[in-house]
Design a protein around this ligand. Structure first.
Ligand SMILES: Nc1nc2c(c(=O)[nH]1)N[C@H]1C(S)=C(S)[C@@H](COP(=O)(O)OP(=O)(O)OC[C@H]3O[C@@H](n4cnc5c(=O)[nH]c(N)nc54)[C@H](O)[C@@H]3O)O[C@H]1N2
Ligand SMILES: Nc1nc2c(c(=O)[nH]1)N[C@H]1C(S)=C(S)[C@@H](COP(=O)(O)OP(=O)(O)OC[C@H]3O[C@@H](n4cnc5c(=O)[nH]c(N)nc54)[C@H](O)[C@@H]3O)O[C@H]1N2
Ligand SMILES: [Mo]
Length: 672
């Protein structure tokens, strides 16, 4: 991110991880040479040529023996647009495999699916962050942005200073919830019922914006009927949120001129995440709070390139420009840009968890870039075992992550400040980051890796190593797609504070005539029409359902998982920084004093958390900021305290998102 004080996204602020990032860059634990597994089974340094040859050989052998789909590719939302684009193209054109997906499936896929259903388009926020302080009310559903997006907290502080209301929905009284005017603490996995209960009250209290519903939406009758079946008293029983608090929420949301609903991983990482987000969108649509100034639904994205990473083709069902792989017109367009026959492009493949689950059986070799699933995948012990059963694993990373440590070949790559590339933030704003420092000797960029591998696998052209050359091709590939970047150039990105997509290249109406007017980009979507064929938003008729695994006698407690401010994701990078480890030294189990008393556990005592998938042990952190029926674990650590040893890979039927945010567990005291 920019360090300019006036930059509109973070206004010059950097969070703790940003400040300490240089420590990661300079750390001695950084990989500086390729590693290959020798005959004794150890990873030993090797030359780049040897390492690349070994990968090409491994992938080629699998392909010959098992066919193209025997090779899998797994990417990450931390990759730049150029890398994500190239990785998707590499899978389809060089490997010819349909088996590619990425960690963003575990991140924003439910919100993306719901946004596409309702609005015809998925962009994290349909408005710039700077609109937030000016709206009347924000409902933040399952976001702990005080810890996960600290620089953005000021938009919400300003909202309150301007007289707006902040409502936070989280089973825990987080640092974010402490900022709220109203905090609702539902049982994990019940946000769908909660949203339906609120919509029921909106209808019962006559607060529906009938004119807006008539003019700008379709499907209201079915959605209305579904909501009417969710009586406030019934919703109170499911969620634990009292009827008066539901009424208060409706009042605060409906009284001002404008209002927003923003979701993050809390309601999304559920086996009903898509329907849950759909229910919140329904609430916005019924009250006329979408596609109008200072109103709308948005999803707070996660990783460095959480938005751009999901637009350009590393997703199983996707082609660049947010096109669909099963759309013949999209295939034709992209195949032409790539100079291949449309029929040679494979079809859609498996989703992230399903892909990882197929390792060693259907998928024999894997090329993995920018993810650490041994720590971050659900049911991680099983996934670790699947990874170990591969014939061949190649990992590109900055550090020797827990997953890289299992590889046959590890390639050390450059990271953010050492290379040029674009990312797209949650506002849909494309940003250019220029190389600021020279990479250490011995490391190469992911683009160079893919170029070298393509050449070794017989594709000499079409995999440039210069990010700007890749971006120029991405522009053409995205032209006419939902996420149209064709009017964006590196030149413009340098001059402007980023450019919001869609930004089509402007073509002159009269052939031969040129125009100087560039498309300005689109900071605010949907003001005139939604991105559906008829321009109207779609209500989705959703009803509440239980989590895939409800507590019972054997596993009576709910486990939910998430993050702490000082560690990032699987911790592969942040666990190597002393300052961050001092702030967050290890895993813990957050639990209510009543639950702790029943267990006989005191603060800091080791507690075992046991689910149907496995067991994890971590010290107790006792607090009345959490519901007594729920425990919370952050997922940043491997080993004994790995939260994902416990989590349930039950998938959302549409987004294929696993249920990271709710599973049944029991607690056991651990005798020293
Ligand atoms: N410090 C730090 N910052 C990060 C990251 C990190 O690892 N560390 N990761 C980045 C990434 S990739 C992402 S995706 C974002 C994630 O950002 P957030 O979504 O803010 O992070 P989480 O902690 O996963 O979940 C948010 C909250 O959801 C609550 N929650 C749990 N279950 C439920 C539920 O059933 N319903 C509701 N309403 N809430 C629930 C949790 O108590 C938690 O406080 O953060 C990004 N920023
Ligand atoms: N229980 C539980 N599990 C979760 C979640 C949860 O809330 N609860 N959240 C899920 C979410 S939202 C996410 S996003 C995932 C994230 O989990 P992971 O996908 O494991 O993400 P990271 O830990 O960021 O791993 C990224 C790896 O890529 C490396 N890397 C960084 N930059 C580059 C690069 O440019 N190129 C290459 N080749 N490598 C690079 C880093 O060093 C690191 O090892 O975890 C998911 N898992
Ligand atoms: Mo994420």
């Amino acid at each position: 991110m920019s360090e300019r004080a006036d930059f509109p996204v973070n206004r010059g602020a950097l969070c703790g991880k940003g400040r300490t990032a240089p420590a990661v860059l300079s750390t001695s634990v950084r990989l500086s040479s390729p590693l290959v597994r020798d005959e004794s089974g150890s990873l030993v340094p090797a030359s780049w040529d040897e390492a690349l040859d070994r990968i090409a050989e491994g992938l080629r052998r699998t392909r010959a023996e098992y066919g193209a789909d025997g090779v899998g590719v797994f990417g990450g939302g931390g990759l730049t647009n150029e890398k994500a684009y190239t990785l998707g193209k590499f899978a389809r054109v060089v490997l010819g495999t349909s088996q590619i997906d990425y960690n963003g499936r575990f991140c924003m896929s439910s919100a993306a699916a719901a946004g596409i259903k309702a609005f015809g388009l998925d962009r994290g926020l349909p408005f710039p962050l700077e609109d937030i302080p000016k709206t009347g009310c924000v409902i933040l559903v399952g976001s702990n942005l005080a810890e996960t997006m600290p620089p953005s907290l000021r938009f919400f502080t300003e909202l309150k200073e301007n007289g707006g209301t902040l409502i936070v929905i989280d089973p825990r009284r987080t640092k974010t919830a402490e900022q709220a005017d109203l905090h609702l603490a539902p049982r994990p996995g019940t946000d769908l019922a909660l949203a339906l209960g609120l919509l029921h009250l909106v209808i019962a209290e006559g607060r529906v914006d009938e004119e807006y519903v008539q003019e700008r939406t379709v499907g209201w009758e079915d959605a209305r009927a579904a909501a009417m079946a969710h009586w406030p008293e019934y919703v109170e029983r499911i969620t634990g949120v009292s009827v008066p608090r539901l009424r208060e929420t409706v009042r605060l949301f409906c009284e001002p001129e404008s209002a927003m609903v923003l979701t993050a991983r809390g309601p999304e990482q559920q086996s009903k995440g898509t329907d849950t987000v759909g229910a919140w969108i329904n609430l916005c649509l019924a009250t006329g709070r979408a596609g109008r100034p200072l109103s709308g639904y948005g999803c707070l994205t996660g990783q460095g390139n959480g938005q751009g990473g999901r637009e350009h083709g590393q997703k199983a069902d996707q082609l660049p420009g947010y096109r669909k792989l099963d759309d013949p017109e999209a295939r034709r367009h992209v195949a032409e840009v790539w100079g291949v026959d449309p029929d040679s492009l494979p079809g859609p493949g498996r989703s992230a968890y399903e892909l990882l689950d197929a390792l060693g059986t259907d998928i024999k070799s894997l090329l993995l870039m920018a993810s650490n699933p041994v720590v971050s995948a659900p049911r991680a012990a099983h996934i670790e075992e699947r990874i170990r059963s591969l014939d061949f694993l190649a990992v590109c990373d900055v550090v020797l992550s827990e997953t890289a440590a299992l590889a046959d070949v590890v390639l050390p790559v450059t990271q953010w400040a050492e290379e040029t590339g674009t990312t797209t933030n949650l506002e849909g704003r494309v940003l250019l980051r220029r190389r600021a420092i020279t990479p250490p000797d011995g490391v190469r960029s992911d683009l160079e890796v893919l170029h070298e591998l393509a050449a070794r696998l017989g594709v000499e052209k079409g995999f440039p190593t210069d990010p700007e050359a890749v971006f120029e091709e991405l522009r053409r590939a995205s032209a006419g797609g939902a996420a149209d970047y064709s009017g964006i150039t590196y030149g413009r990105l340098v001059e402007e504070d980023g450019v919001f997509w869609p930004c089509p290249a402007v073509e002159s109406p009269d052939a031969g005539d040129t125009t100087d007017e560039a498309h300005p980009g689109t900071p605010r979507l949907f003001l005139d029409r939604f991105a559906t064929p008829d321009g109207r938003a779609r209500f989705v008729p959703v009803t509440h359902r239980a989590t895939a695994e409800e507590p019972d006698d054997e596993y009576p407690v709910l486990l939910t998982t998430g993050r702490v401010v000082a560690q990032y994701q699987s911790g592969a990078q942040t666990r190597r920084v002393a300052e961050l480890n001092a702030a967050a030294p290890g895993p813990f189990v957050e639990l209510h004093p009543r639950l702790a008393a029943r267990l006989g556990a005191a603060e800091g005592d080791p507690v075992a958390v046991v689910s149907r998938r496995g067991r994890a042990v971590a010290p107790a952190r006792i607090t009345n900021a959490i519901r007594p029926d729920t425990v919370f674990m952050p997922f940043h650590w491997p080993g004994e305290g790995r939260a994902n040893s416990l989590t349930n890979p039950a998938l959302d039927p549409t987004s294929r998102m696993p249920e990271f945010k709710a599973c049944a567990v029991r607690l056991e005291a651990v005798r020293p």
